[in-house]
Design a protein around this ligand. Structure first.
Ligand code: PLP
Length: 459
C-alpha cells in the first residue's frame, strides 16, 4: 500500500515513510491509495442492513480486539510480517496497559439505544493512548537494527502530549519534544507530560494550541531542520496514529453485535467528541472498509469552524477560547484536509455521512449532571459534549458515544455537576505526586527551531 499527499505534489510514499515524516514533502497529509474492504454488504439508502450474508461483518461479533486490529490494519502496512504486526498489536493493547476484561475499548450500554464506547482505560486515561502506543511501537520496530536517532515533535492541546510521552517513554534512540499551550491544559495533563522526564522534553508555549500546531508544522517542513535531524510528528496527522483508531470502531460494532445477539437492524450512529477530527477520520476510514456506520456526528465546542463549514462551505478562522472540553479547543481541524479529500470537496456527499453539533460549556455541564441522574453514568466534559449531541439526535437505532477521557482527569467539573467526588485511579494518583519539568517559550518558531537544532546536535 502506498500513500499519496492531499496536496498532490509529492511522490507516493510507503507506510514507513509516512510514519517517520508525518507530513508529506509538499505540506499535505498522507492518504492511503485504497481502502481495502472486508466482505460485501448490501445496504439501502436509509442505512438499514439487509442480511449481510456470510462474510466478515456478519461474524464480526466472534473476533476479539487483537484479531480485529490485525484485520483492520494488515493491508495498510505492507513491510511488517504477520508475526511482527501481531506482536506490535499485542504489546500496544496489552492487559497491562489496558486493565479491562473483555476489550481495551469496552462498550457500555446506558439506555435502550445509547452506548458508550469507553476509550479511557489506557495508561494516561484518554483515547490517545491507542494511537500513541501503536505508533511508538511501530517506530521502535523500524528503528531497531538501524543506527538512526529520531526526534518526535508533538503539539498538544492536552491529551496527545501525555499519551505520546507515556507511549515513547524510555524507548532507546528516540527523543520526544512536546509543545503545549501554557495555562490552557489541566494540571493533571501537564503533570503527565512533564513528569516522565528522561527522553521526554516538555515546552510550554505562551500562546494557544493553534500556535503550537503551527510551530510544529513549520518545523516538520523546514528544510534546514530536515537536513540536520530526523524529525517526526506524533500528532493525529500521522497515519501511524490514525490506523489504530479504526480498531475500536471495529470493536464497537463487534461488541454491539454480541450485546444485541446479532447485527442491529439499523447501523449504529457514532457520536464523537472532536477537535482535530483524527478520531472521526479514522471512523470514516473504517466505514470505507465496509464497517456498518449510519452516520458520524462530531460533537464540537464553540471553537470549531466545522459546523459553519457544513452549513456554508466556508471554514472560518476563529480565535480559540478556553472551554471545559479543552482537548477540543481547535478552530481548524488538522485532519480536515483528509476528510475533504475523501469526499472530493463535495459538501453534499460529506453531509450525508457527517454532521457537526456545537455544544456550549453550559450544555456540557448540564449533560454531566443529566447523564449521572438518568443513567448513573459519570462522564468527563469531552464525553459529555457527545452525550449532549446524542440526547439531541433524532436518528433511530443504536447510538454509540465515544468516551475520550476518564472523568477523573477533570474532577472539579465532574463532581460539581454530579454532586459526588470522583475517585482518582491509582496510576493517576501516583503521577500527581511526581515532580514535573518544563521550559516556557514564546509562540515563536525561531525559538523552537533553535531548541530542536541544539538538541539534534546533542543526540
Ligand atoms: C484529543 C481529544 C479529543 C479530540 O480528538 P480529535 O481526534 O483531535 O478530534 C477529544 N477528547 C479528548 C479527551 C481528547 O484528548
Amino acid at each position: 500500500m502506498k500513500y499519496y499527499s492531499t496536496n498532490g505534489k509529492s511522490e507516493p510514499a510507503t507506510f514507513r515513510e509516512t510514519l517517520f515524516t508525518g507530513l508529506a514533502g509538499d505540506g499535505g497529509l498522507f492518504m492511503p491509495e485504497a481502502f481495502p474492504s472486508r466482505g460485501q454488504r448490501q445496504r439501502s439508502a436509509t442505512g438499514q442492513c439487509h442480511g449481510p450474508g456470510n462474510n466478515f461483518f456478519h461474524d464480526i461479533g466472534s473476533y476479539n480486539f487483537h484479531e480485529l486490529a490485525f484485520i483492520a490494519c494488515r493491508k495498510y502496512i505492507s513491510d511488517i510480517t504477520d508475526k511482527n504486526l501481531k506482536g506490535i498489536i499485542r504489546d500496544s493493547f496489552s492487559k497491562k496497559a489496558f486493565p479491562v476484561n473483555n476489550s481495551p475499548s469496552p462498550l457500555v450500554r446506558i439506555s435502550k439505544d445509547l452506548y458508550i464506547l469507553e476509550l479511557f482505560h489506557g495508561p494516561t486515561l484518554s483515547f490517545k493512548d491507542f494511537g500513541a502506543r501503536f505508533m511508538a511501537r511501530l517506530m521502535e520496530h523500524y528503528l531497531a537494527g538501524t543506527k538512526k536517532r529520531l526526534t518526535v515533535l508533538v503539539a498538544t492541546s492536552g491529551d496527545t502530549g501525555s499519551a505520546v510521552a507515556h507511549g515513547f517513554f524510555g524507548l532507546a534512540g528516540i527523543n520526544v519534544v512536546v509543545l503545549y499551550p501554557e495555562g490552557r491544559i489541566s494540571p493533571l495533563q501537564e503533570k503527565q507530560i512533564t513528569a516522565p522526564g528522561g527522553n521526554i522534553i516538555a515546552l510550554k508555549v505562551r500562546g494557544d494550541f493553534d500556535d503550537c500546531q503551527r510551530m510544529a508544522k513549520k518545523a516538520l517542513s523546514d528544510a534546514e531542520i530536515r537536513g540536520k535531524m530526523t524529525l517526526s510528528s506524533a500528532n493525529s496527522i500521522n497515519i501511524g496514529r490514525l490506523l489504530p483508531q479504526m480498531f475500536y470502531y471495529f470493536s464497537a460494532v463487534s461488541q454491539l453485535t454480541a450485546l444485541r445477539r446479532g447485527m442491529a437492524k439499523r447501523e449504529p450512529v457514532f457520536i464523537i467528541p472532536s477537535g482535530n477530527f483524527g478520531d472521526l477520520c479514522a471512523g470514516l476510514f473504517a466505514k470505507r472498509m465496509g464497517l456498518p456506520a449510519r452516520k458520524f456526528i462530531a460533537a464540537v465546542n464553540i471553537n470549531s469552524g466545522v459546523p459553519h463549514y457544513l452549513a456554508t462551505g466556508k471554514l472560518p478562522r476563529v480565535k480559540t477560547r478556553l472551554t471545559l472540553s479543552n482537548a477540543m479547543d481547535v478552530g481548524i481541524p488538522s485532519n480536515f484536509a483528509r476528510i475533504l479529500d475523501m469526499y472530493h470537496n463535495n459538501r453534499v456527499a460529506l453531509k450525508r455521512d457527517i454532521d457537526a453539533v456545537t455544544v456550549t460549556d453550559g450544555e456540557t455541564e448540564k449533560t454531566i449532571g443529566l447523564a449521572f441522574k438518568r443513567f448513573g453514568y459519570v462522564s468527563d466534559p469531552h464525553t459529555a459534549t457527545a452525550i449532549a449531541a446524542a440526547f439531541n439526535c433524532n436518528l433511530a437505532g443504536p447510538k454509540i458515544v465515544l468516551s475520550t477521557a476518564h472523568p477523573a482527569k477533570f474532577p472539579d467539573i465532574v463532581s460539581r455537576n454530579t454532586g459526588e467526588a470522583v475517585k482518582l485511579p491509582a496510576r493517576l494518583a501516583s503521577c500527581m505526586k511526581k515532580r514535573g519539568k518544563s521550559t516556557s517559550i514564546p509562540a515563536d518558531f525561531r525559538r523552537l527551531k533553535k531548541i530542536l537544532l541544539s538538541q539534534g546536535n546533542v543526540i
